[in-house]
Ligand binder design. Structure first.
Ligand code: MUC
Ligand code: MG
Length: 380
């Protein structure tokens, strides 16, 4: 049988507005910019992938523009002509040539798995040993910047049976104001919902000591990345010092970080993100390290569109225990859907897409409309 080669790797940036301002400690998002990767193989098959970050360069070292440029300038020339079925070989080859740039690598790797799954006629979950879940619990992030708006949004989500896990974005205001905001929301939703917070590294250790005490008294169950990513000892102090669960997010950039966080006991929970890990394979390694070290797991998002969300769902469907559920709500934060068939959300869960590859098909009109370098002709 002839080898199926990688013929072409195309990238483009999509800018899709969010349904409301998404107020985070380091940026307010009004749109999400996703790098869409399309790989064309010599047998005519096609794989798609996505790389996103949050708030330009305010979240991490990669931006939509750098993701696209890393792929076009360095990854594409190295992979053109490579055996498309040799996903592991391709990942290892790129790892030798390109340092860092995990989101760029993840976007390409997802497209490789998607192409392979489609050629074999199986979902990507099958390539990772098979799905053990058909649906997963899914959180929603309350980040309007206003307590009353957040409460109304939360109550509506519970009523719709769409979400009963809420992650509140804090860290922009004073610790006392943030704790009061969280307490009001927890009081409004009561036992009907789990309330957690994400500080996105905004606190000092001193802030965090007051913050964690106040949050746990308010009934908040978990605090995500209160301190900067490199403060492992301080994160370990918080983890050991309070009942509220501490989750690592920005601290986890791939398996090597996972090992260091595990050794330092610098969290109770791993927020595992496909993009931040460097792809599905590396995310599976982060998961394995977390499991082996006795950490709880959570499926994290970089607010991907339906495409990246479908890819993440393929992997997380194979994970036995996700004690803290997932936050794969990215497509719901956007004003428009780019998949021909949207991912389904019901009964507080997200459903794992079926079909070969990552189980996602793009709507070409929407891609034309939202692409940065053209389009905008679609009549809604
Ligand atoms: C983050 O830091 O976890 C995930 C959900 C959300 O609202 O923002 C992201 C980023
Ligand atoms: Mg986070």
């Amino acid at each position: 049988m002839p080898v199926t080669k990688i013929d072409q790797i195309e990238t483009l940036i999509l800018d899709i507005p969010t349904i409301r301002g998404h107020v985070l400690s380091m940026a307010t998002m009004r749109a999400q910019s996703a790098v869409l990767v399309t790989i064309r193989f010599s047998d005519g098959s096609v794989g798609i992938g996505e790389g996103t970050t949050i708030g330009g360069l305010s979240y991490g070292a990669e931006s939509p523009e750098s993701i696209r440029s890393a792929i076009d300038t360095y990854v594409t020339p190295a992979l053109t002509g490579w055996n498309g079925d040799d996903v592991n070989g391709a990942i290892q080859h790129i790892d030798r040539l390109v340092k860092g740039n995990r989101i760029a690598k993840a976007a390409v790797e997802i497209a490789l798995w998607d192409g392979l799954g489609k050629r074999l006629g199986v979902p990507v979950a099958q390539l990772f040993g098979g799905a053990v879940h058909e649906r997963l619990p899914v959180a929603w992030t309350l980040a309007s910047g206003n307590s009353e708006t957040d409460i109304a949004e939360a109550l509506e989500m519970i009523e719709m049976r769409r979400h009963n896990i809420f992650k509140l974005k804090i860290g922009k205001r004073s610790v006392a104001e943030d704790v009061a905001h969280v307490a009001r929301i927890k009081q409004a939703v009561g036992a009907a919902a789990s309330v957690r917070v994400d500080v996105n590294t905004a606190w000092s250790l001193q802030d965090a000591r007051w913050g964690l005490r106040g949050l746990q008294d308010a009934g908040c169950e978990l605090v995500e990345q209160p301190l900067p990513a490199r403060y492992r000892r301080a994160m370990a102090e918080l983890t050991a010092g309070y009942e509220i669960a501490v989750m690592a997010d920005e601290a986890l950039n791939g398996p090597e970080d996972a090992l260091e966080v595990a050794k330092a006991r610098a969290a109770d929970v791993f927020a595992v993100k496909v993009a931040q890990s460097g792809g599905l394979k590396k995310a599976a390694e982060v998961i394995a390290i977390g499991q082996a070290a006795g950490f709880s797991l959570y499926g994290g998002t970089m607010l991907e569109t339906g495409l990246g969300t479908a890819a993440a769902l393929q992997l997380f469907a194979t994970v036995e225990r996700l004690d803290w559920g997932t936050e794969f709500f990215g497509p719901l934060l956007l004003t428009d859907e780019i998949l021909a068939e949207p991912i389904a959300y019901r009964d507080f869960c997200v459903e794992i897409p079926k079909g070969p590859g990552i189980g996602a098909t793009l709507d070409p009109d929407k891609i034309r409309f939202f692409r940065r370098d053209g389009g905008r002709t679609l009549k809604a």
